[in-house]
Design a binder for this molecule. Sequence first.
Ligand code: AMP
Ligand code: MG
Length: 395
Amino acid sequence: MVLTFSNARAEVLRRVALAHPSTESVPLESAAGRVLAETIHADRDYPPFPRATRDGFAVRAADVPNELEVIGEVRAGSEFGGRVGVGQCVSIMTGAPVPEGADSVVMVEYTRESGAARVTIERGISPGENIVPRGTESAAGSPVLHAGSRIGFPEIAMLASVGRADVTVHRRPKVAIVPTGDEIVELDRTPSSCQIRNSNSYSLRAQVARAGGEPWALPIAPDEIGRLREIIEQGLTADLLLLSGGVSMGKFDLVEQVLTGLGAEIFFDGVEIQPGRPLVFGRCRNAWFLGLPGNPLSTMVCFELFARPAIARLSGAEPQEAVFPRARLRAPVRVKAGLTRFLPATLTSEGVELVGWHGSGDVAALVRANCFIVVPPDTPEMNVGEWIGVLPLDR
Ligand code: AMP
Ligand code: MG
């Protein structure tokens, strides 16, 4: 069955939705990229006190502009015990708790000393200015991070703020990688004139790790049923098996046949996209599998579009919609209608344009690109200045 891009993606997300990965505790230092398995609550109010956001003087807004009596000083990490009364103020530093009685902080730039313990406040101010009230960022006990969210650097800062040195995350799914093809050789061999070095295993390993999976590279499978089956059976012990090559219509494209022979259920075996039309998604034994077309750009694009969301689901992450931010075209695009196309392009502040490329084997073109433009199936002609979706290349 051949599906459109959006139907194929929805099918992957729908099918892999039932994953309930087990959990483990990890130290915060190694939590980046993992998926939270617990909801995190604020252990106290944030900020825990009304926090000054400027260096200056804590005043009562009703008293200024005017000359005030300076009754003390408060710096970050300390507290002013007293209360600011009428005509009084306290010298205050950024990050310090605003003393009782004061309702605003005047920046030091708008003040001048006018005698011992006296300061002239030159401007008026509104109550609340330059103060973050206690508990306004997060109230004690309120949820600050939800289970299922991926931990990036903002989440790390939040976890550290609430004192979590260890955190419960989902285990990383194990992702087997099987390159196929009689012409493919490993890097420690000198390829003959008709052989190709195995690049897909290496790009896939990097992509799997980036997506939060644990890559497991298996040996190159030849285009021969017996050995291919052996290696595929090994790969099916992982959570997800990624194969590259052997899914087209050629006489020696045997992946689908071998998987069917092993009792696989196949949900689709083609997607209306370029690159990557032959793409097989299914389940066999206890593993999901994706048979990716072998051309390096097809392998890489199909990974981003289908394997990445599958790995996210297997990691316990909430499903992510495919979002393609838009940029203006700097040069026209002409393609045939019917397929959603992902074409290597460069995005700058001026807009986006295609890089010259020689088809989906052209790794050099992708190295020059920093995104793909996403040409919808029903708009074969797009002109300069039109808005087009881009899939950024996540290096
Ligand atoms: P296939 O999908 O098997 O028809 O392969 C399509 C193209 O991708 C062929 O030109 C292959 O040589 C190439 N290819 C397949 N597997 C790999 C690999 N692991 N590394 C680099 N190129 C590959
Ligand atoms: Mg092949």
